[in-house]
Design a binder for this molecule. Structure first.
Ligand code: NAP
Length: 249
């Protein structure tokens, strides 16, 4: 576990899966965490189990007003910020010839535009705290998977944003890094399981992983928390793949 005593953090997509795991690890390390997602009931249930006076912000990141709502509420409550984790994402798996403008816009908006604007909204606070940003990307950012055009493009853009902000803010003392998960057992896969059958999807995809298994949300959170922690004090601009070797093949 990493030491986050006295630190404050924002985690988007905190209501389940990887975001929930990151929240729980940050809290266990001593951080006071603001939990952002749409599902107020789920956020409240997680917050009730945390120890460091968490803040629940039930907000829809597809709403343009959400960035200002989040930054105002967090800075009012915390007075500053040490760690921003941009984790929330829309995932769509559909052939490019059926993609709609609305679906492309929403995916790029939630997965790329809002992480950029949240980083910008918290920039001065992060400069003051010598803070860290962690962007949760995907191995889909290589674009090699197929039928995930908007999602893959949003994550490729996020990787580029990570490098750009890292270089731009290095001399302000702010580190910016990313984690690119491979196959992780979360609700993000439910629509794919429904479409193609859970057993078939699990066994087909497992064959493409040298470690022969899916990852857990905690295994992604471990790396995200390392990057957010002082233990990664000389790491910036990196997006670390956590994929059981899948992209080595
Ligand atoms: P998940 O279980 O589907 O969780 C997604 C989270 O994002 C939820 O907390 C959801 O909360 C939130 N969210 C989605 N749209 C939102 C919106 N408009 N406003 C606010 N919050 C929103 O997915 P996950 O697997 O934990 O994914 C977390 C991150 O890992 C994502 O960036 C994803 O791209 C990345 N990733 C996952 C995998 C994988 O295999 N699972 C692989 C590669 C990358 P509400 O529904 O309550 O709003």
């Amino acid at each position: 576990m990493f030491d986050f005593s006295g630190k404050t953090a924002v985690v988007t997509g905190a209501s389940r899966g990887i975001g929930e795991a990151i929240v729980r690890q940050l809290d266990a390390g001593g951080a006071r965490v603001a939990l952002v997602a749409r599902s107020a009931d789920k956020l409240e249930a997680i917050a009730a189990e945390l120890t460091n006076d968490p803040l629940v912000l039930a907000t829809d990141l597809s709403d343009p007003a959400s960035v200002e709502q989040i930054s105002t509420a967090v800075l009012d409550a915390f007075g500053g910020l040490d760690i921003l984790v941009n984790n929330a994402a829309v995932e769509r798996n559909e052939p490019a010839h059926r993609a709609t403008a609305e679906a492309i816009d929403e995916t790029l908006f939630v997965n790329l535009r809002q992480p950029f604007l949240l980083s910008s909204a918290f920039a001065k606070s992060l400069f003051a705290s010598q803070g860290a940003i962690v962007n949760i990307s995907s191995i889909a950012s290589t674009g090699a998977g197929g039928t995930q055009g908007a999602y893959a493009a949003s994550k490729g853009g996020l990787n580029t944003l990570t490098k750009n902000l890292a270089n731009e803010w290095a001399n302000k003392g702010v580190r910016v890094n990313g984690v690119a998960p491979g196959l992780v057992d979360t609700e993000m896969w439910e629509s794919t399981f429904e479409r193609l059958g859970e057993d078939a999807v699990r066994s087909t995809f497992t064959k493409g992983v040298p470690m022969q298994r899916w990852g857990t949300a905690d295994e992604i959170a471990d790396v995200a928390c390392f990057l957010a922690s002082d233990k990664a004090s000389y790491v910036t601009g990196q997006t670390i793949k956590v994929d059981g070797g899948r992209t080595n093949l």
